[in-house]
Design a protein. Structure first.
Length: 300
């Protein structure tokens, strides 16, 4: 089954910014939602009601307590609903990926919520739906409401916003582990994990990428490391490093006052022109356009 999307929703349309990098959107359904896709991860929780969820993998019944995780670029829609109310969660991934070293140790969190931002090959199924563990229902709903309440404050705490997002993701991952025996044993391979941790280290230290150093950190010769990593992740170690560097660039553009030259040097580009060209190639927009879209004008 191959669905054709009639509309693409963009992250810039859901009201995210540097001071409010996450939000909750409660959607009572009063009409069918046609086949659509988005350029961001969609996390949906069925608060009440039921419907048919149409995906490339087939059409599935959803009802109160179900969770859906849809990766970017994968079309889906809803039909035949009865009193359906969805709660959607949106977030700027680069804001959360500043904590990638910790997230890598959290079971299925990276494959579920960030793999399309980091790798070229999906690390798990692109469209998922499963029941949230009943023991989590009250806590999950309460965390959603806390997230939205904090976001609506005049000066929201990003620490509290981030804490709520991570708690929601962990409850979802644990529910999937209980629901799907295959996912219970799922995680990043040791080689992908070591590569990702090495890349985090050199980004923190503002050092350039070295294929030999990366292979040495993994314990493989460079050619063997490059081939096996690409087989698993769909990209070479250097391509992964560059993608991670572009995510770091987006965060610096939104969360810092660094100018383009300072960001370029921080990320080991030779100059701001080289950085700007690489950023536009990777994201489809210029660094300044991206900063204008997501950065609050009044941010100190």
């Amino acid at each position: 089954m191959s669905l054709k999307s009639t509309h693409t929703y963009h992250l810039s349309e859901v009201g995210l910014s540097s001071s409010r990098p996450a939000r909750v959107w409660i959607t009572p359904m009063d009409r069918d939602i046609g086949i659509h896709d988005h350029d961001f991860h969609e996390i949906s929780f069925v608060l009440q009601g039921r419907a048919d969820h149409v995906t490339n993998e087939g059409t599935f019944k959803i009802s109160s307590g179900d969770v859906m995780v849809i990766q970017p670029g994968h079309p889906h829609g809803y039909t035949n609903f009865q009193e359906l109310v969805l709660i959607n969660v949106f977030y700027l991934p680069e804001w959360l990926l500043e904590d990638l070293s910790l997230l890598l140790d959290e079971g299925g969190v990276v494959p579920l919520f960030f793999s399309s931002s980091l790798f070229r090959a999906p690390l798990y199924k692109p469209t998922l739906q499963f029941p949230l563990l009943p023991a989590y229902w009250s806590e999950f709903t309460r965390e959603l409401m806390e997230l939205q309440r904090e976001r609506d404050c005049p000066n929201p705490s990003k620490l509290l916003l981030k804490s709520s997002i991570f708690r929601l993701m962990r409850m979802i991952a644990r529910s999937l582990q209980a629901h799907d025996p295959d996912f219970a044993q799922f995680g990043l391979s040791h080689e992908v994990y070591l590569t990702a941790q090495h890349v985090e280290k050199i980004l923190r230290e503002e050092k350039p990428y070295s294929e030999d150093d990366c292979a040495r950190a993994v314990g493989k010769p460079p050619l063997g490391h490059r081939k096996s990593f690409k087989d698993q992740a769909g990209c070479t170690p250097y391509e992964y490093y560059h993608q991670r560097r572009m995510i770091r660039a987006r965060n610096l553009l939104v969360q810092s006052r660094l100018n383009l030259t300072e960001i370029a040097l921080t990320l080991c580009f030779s100059d701001s022109a080289h950085f700007s060209n690489a950023f536009k190639t990777a994201t489809g927009t210029s660094p300044l356009e991206y900063r204008k879209t997501y950065r609050d004008a009044a941010r100190p």
